[in-house]
Design a protein around this ligand. Structure first.
Ligand code: ZN
Length: 197
């Protein structure tokens, strides 16, 4: 019933998290019927972001610069490194406002079923970064999910071999909890209450 181009638009919207066939259809029709300007902006910004956004050469977070602003900042202590799963986790910890070190963003967690191993998470890069910046303390802030815990364990073993202090945020982050949804105060406490691994 829909023409091929509309069908394709509906289908492509379904790659978004939580968007089923009904909402994809609603969004597509809304954009075409009533929101031409917004749709144009969406199409342009998506194209531009896809073309230009890559990974920070140092911490692997998403950025259109070679090195992200946090890695470029001289106010941040390069000897403290906080390891997180996603760029959203960086924002969450930054909102707590108590961490003055740098980050390493895994962009995922270990998941053998999905073919995500140490290489996909850039763990060789993490090792190099630790050595290059003479990191003294690593705080592992992966999510408190099963995958997050397994990833934490793997990274802890890896980093302990480099003779640095490795700790895990624990206090206040609920089991099964994703960092992104934890409020700033709780995260500040979690950082403060980190446990040595
Ligand atoms: Zn960076």
């Amino acid at each position: 019933m829909f023409s091929p181009l509309i069908k394709e638009l509906i289908e492509s919207l379904r790659c978004l998290p939580g968007v089923g066939p009904k909402s994809a259809q609603k969004m597509a029709l809304y954009l075409l019927e009533r929101e031409h300007q917004g749709a144009d902006r969406l199409a342009n910004s998506l194209r531009e972001a896809l073309d230009k956004v890559g990974r920070c050469s140092s911490c692997r977070t998403l950025t259109e610069e070679t090195e992200c602003s946090l890695c470029q900042s001289s106010d941040r202590d390069p000897k403290k490194l906080c390891i997180v799963e996603t760029p959203a986790d960086v924002i969450a910890i930054e909102s707590a406002g108590t961490f003055d070190g740098r980050y390493f963003v895994l962009l995922g967690h270990l998941s053998p079923i999905d073919g995500i191993g140490p290489e996909e998470l850039g763990l060789d890069r993490l090792e190099q970064l630790v050595l290059h910046n003479s990191v003294e303390e690593a705080i592992i802030a992966t999510n408190s999910t099963i995958e997050g815990e397994a990833t934490c364990h793997y990274i802890a073993e890896l980093l302990k071999k480099l003779n640095i202090n490795v700790s895990r945020i624990a206090h206040g982050v609920p089991m099964g909890g994703e960092l992104e949804y934890v409020d700033g105060n709780t995260l500040a406490l979690a950082l403060e209450g980190r446990k040595t691994l």
